[in-house]
Design a protein around this ligand. Sequence first.
Ligand code: CP3
Length: 344
Amino acid sequence: MRTRFIDACHRKPVDARPIWLMRQAGRYMSEYRKLRETYGILDLIKTPEMAVEVTMQPINAFDLDAAIIFADILPLLEGMGLNLEFIKGTGPLIDNPIRQAADIDKLHEPDPRESVAYTLKAITLARQVLKVPLIGFSGAPFTLACYAIEGGASRNFTRAKSLMYEQPKAWHQLMEKLSTLVGEYLFAQAEAGAQVLQLFDSWVGALSPDDYREYAMPYSAKAIRRAKESGCPVIHFGTNTSGMLPLIKEGGGDVIGVDWRIDISDARQILGPDVVIQGNLDPVQLYAPVSVLKDRVKTILDKMGDDPGYIFNLGHGLLPTTPVDHVAELIHFVHEYSSKAQGH
Ligand code: CP3
């Protein structure tokens, strides 16, 4: 087992910077597109053998330091009684979203060991074939609440935030239910074999810092506390969080995800030396000529110097039209350049 990713989560010395990429399995790979000609995304996720196959596609193609189980943040909502579909070209759709307090009372409180047993099974199977560590993940309560209330992607989250402001009691009740479920789901993934756990709070940057503190952070913190009982390192990821990194840190996690809207040296200064940082490359920089891409990567690696707590990643997921050869170049370059920088 190659452990430099887990070592970096614990701020232990590594021979080169570990790198993995959010959404490393997906449509930018022809192997994935081929499977999607026959199967829907939910078919792939809900058939453990196929989920393992997709998990392994980027691992077999590139020299990555970690795998992430092929799943999605949204199927967890199905067990609560919400109907989930992925519509070609538009993304996820929930046709019975939460619109009022009574809808929250009606939500089921499923055991993730039953409601998403397929992902737990996929984790156990993937561990049998992997030679790099496996990451399990969940959406964070706030990001899940946004989907559950909006019913799909949204620009300004007006429905979700309106419910939050107009019916705070109902909001807190929803977040209690979601945070219990998310914590239990992360813990169950560790039991099934996941070695590191990531909480995706992709849309949390839509909140002001004060609203984050009041309406979201306590619930992420609760889920992270439960996840930590497994003994696994936890990665706390969000985007558009540059204005509230100290609060994200307060929410918990051994590793904090940062996007590209902040200079990584500033992120280190704000976060302090005692957490690991993951991320920072703009996913669209992968579309740049390789020489430009390498220049940007070099800048990030130089800024992190011999800082013991850094995991290379993008600031958000890989985009579906990313040039696949640039992904290979990126991974190779991060290893090569950082092992030289560290004197190996
Ligand atoms: O990182 C990985 O390789 C693991 C797989 C993974 C997927 N979704 C597979 C997927 C992970 C970690 C996710 C997380 C996820 N899903 C998030 C949080 C991270 C982020 O990107 O912000 C969110 C918000 C979702 C919800 C979601 N799933 C949306 C909005 C969409 C549609 C948009 C799109 O890119 O098509 C999905 C679908 C989805 N989930 C795809 C993949 C590979 C594309 C599926 C396809 O059409 O084949």
